[in-house]
Design a protein around this ligand. Structure first.
Ligand code: 13P
Length: 250
């Protein structure tokens, strides 16, 4: 049995004051959750979020991590900095990083390696663009991204990773993959993990769906056999919506 994991990806939203407001409202609403609950906040909110979630069942995550320990990497943030601030999880390879900031399978692999080396729990994002889905390339793209991300990563490290399948065309568009589409592609991703690491790692690996997941469509998605939770953007910015999603992930 895989324990579902619901993670909010706040993206570039919420100042510290807004972070305080949201977490203060959210914590009592999700306190009885039976899934893992994570909020992946902007770097400047991590320490505050960690403070506010102390003695709650909410874990804090970041949205990126540098592949190096320290040094001349302007604009990057190190594992030690994230851990000191109170991050437990880190999103790696989000499609927005791939699209707008030049992230590649190779850089994703380096960041994933660094997160694992430092004991941060990675949420690895993969997913196809609209043209790729329409061109029948969904499985090819997901396979390439998964194989690339896990290059030279051991099975004992791989099993600590959560994968988020996020079809790019469903992100922020209000257009969700159908329950069946999401389930099918996540099942495919699990089969790639099985090829790489065997059945035990594949069966234990939690694979989330992400892309316009909300309070209305969460039940249908979570009812699918392969879907172990969600990575939620827009709907994670409101305590009511996010807590409904958390409540639906049993
Ligand atoms: P939305 O839920 O806003 O579509 O964003 C999904 C996402 O990108 C989460 O990482």
């Amino acid at each position: 049995m895989r324990k579902p994991i619901i993670a909010g990806n706040w993206k570039m939203n919420k100042t510290a004051a807004e972070c305080r407001e949201l977490i203060t409202a959210l914590a009592p609403k999700v306190k009885d959750a039976t899934c893992d609950v994570v909020v992946c906040v902007p770097f400047t909110d991590i320490a505050l979020a960690a403070e506010l979630t102390k003695n709650t069942n909410i874990a804090v995550g970041a949205q990126n991590i540098a592949w190096a320990d320290s040094g001349a990497f302007t604009g990057e943030i190190s594992a030690a900095m994230l851990i000191e601030a109170g991050a437990e999880y880190v999103i790696i390879g989000h499609s927005e990083r791939r699209q707008y900031f030049g992230e590649t399978d190779e850089s994703v692999n380096k960041r994933l390696t660094q997160a694992l080396k430092n004991g941060l729990k990675p949420i690895l994002c993969v997913g196809e663009m609209l043209a790729e889905r329409e061109g029948g390339l969904t499985e090819k793209v997901c396979r390439t991204q998964v194989v690339g991300a896990f290059d030279k990563i051991s099975a004992s490290d791989a099993e600590k990773v959560v994968i988020a399948y996020e079809p790019v065309w469903a992100i922020g568009t209000g257009k969700t993959a159908t329950d069946e589409q999401a389930n099918e592609t996540i099942g495919f991703i699990r089969s790639v993990v099985k090829e790489l690491y065997g059945a035990k790692v594949a069966d234990g690996m939690r694979i989330q769906y992400g892309g316009s997941m909300n309070a209305k469509n969460v039940a249908g998605l979570m009812a699918q056999s392969e879907i172990d939770g969600g990575l939620i953007g827009g709907a994670s910015l409101k305590a009511d919506d996010f807590s409904i999603i958390v409540g639906a992930a049993k």
